[in-house]
Design a protein around this ligand. Structure first.
Ligand SMILES: Nc1ncnc2c1ncn2[C@@H]1O[C@H](COP(=O)(O)OP(=O)(O)OP(=O)(O)O)[C@@H](O)[C@H]1O
Length: 256
């Protein structure tokens, strides 16, 4: 479980996060949604210590991350798997090399143990026979799988994903979403996903927090969204014609 307690972040007197107070549950896929520039990435970066919060606290279970020394934070970060926007694979390394990277950096495992672990993670994300290919030689969907395999290599307790299915077609995006959800349940981890993708929200949004202009505007489950009367949330969620049709259909069913 991760708690954000009244988290504020200011850059040069401009407040981009204002009193974000929320809890992300273990074993659940927690989604953060909001318009571009609303503060989702800054919040994720605050949670992993890439930005210092201006005020407030980030609690990892009972540990106050904001109060830790740099050395203690490095230890805590080993429990976090990250899938960065765009995947952020190392182009110079093979698929296997990418997954080996955190194992080489943060463990004392033998070469054989590291290879076993990397292969286990690659198999878990259904990547077979691609170990020696480079990221440029595999599809976007496969690259995301490599990023996921790398993120789970150290057996994380927390998984952070910044737009994990951006740039993917809806079917591949759905497969990636389901994979993240399966891993969340299988390893009982706390997963936090930044996304604009309403399909992801409807598919895996155990808990959804909507940020607008740096403030928590709404939170609930994917099932609550269709019944929400929050105007800003509705403007965001039902921006597309397709989503408006779903809402109308849902309302019609409710009236019957
Ligand atoms: N290092 C920084 N210095 C100053 N301002 C920043 C910095 N990083 C982000 N911001 C500002 O903080 C605000 C929130 O940015 P953020 O990247 O969190 O948005 P976002 O919701 O993740 O957007 P997107 O969905 O497009 O990724 C933006 O106005 C951005 O310009």
């Amino acid at each position: 479980m991760i708690r954000c307690i009244n988290v504020c972040k200011t850059f040069d007197d401009r407040e981009v996060l204002s009193n974000i107070d929320t809890t992300f549950e273990k074993g659940k896929t927690n989604l953060i949604i909001g318009q571009s520039g609303s503060g989702k990435t800054v919040l994720l970066k605050c949670m992993v210590g890439l930005h210092e919060v201006t005020s407030g606290d980030i609690m990892y279970s009972e540990t106050n991350f904001s109060a830790l020394s740099n050395k203690q934070r490095s230890e805590e970060r080993k429990k976090i798997g990250m899938i960065f926007q765009g995947g952020a694979l190392f182009d110079f390394a093979t698929v296997e090399g990418n997954v080996l990277f955190p194992l080489n950096m943060f463990t004392n495992m033998s070469e054989e143990e590291k290879l076993d672990r990397a292969n286990f993670c690659l198999r878990r994300v259904n990547l077979i026979n691609v170990n020696h290919l480079y990221p440029s030689q595999i599809s976007g969907g496969m690259q995301k799988r490599v990023a996921i395999a790398r993120a789970i290599a150290l057996n994380p307790k927390y998984l952070f994903c910044d737009e994990p299915n951006s740039g993917l077609d809806p079917i591949t995006a759905g497969i990636i979403d389901n994979l993240i959800k399966e891993l969340t349940i299988e390893y009982d981890i706390t997963t936090i996903i930044n996304t604009h993708d309403m399909n992801s929200v409807m598919q895996i949004g155990d808990k959804v927090m909507f940020i607008h202009e740096g403030k928590k505007w709404w939170e609930g489950s994917k099932d609550d969204i269709l019944d929400s009367d929050n105007p800003e949330l509705n403007k965001f969620v039902f921006a597309s014609e397709m989503a408006q049709m779903v809402k109308k259909y849902h309302n019609r069913l409710k009236m019957k």
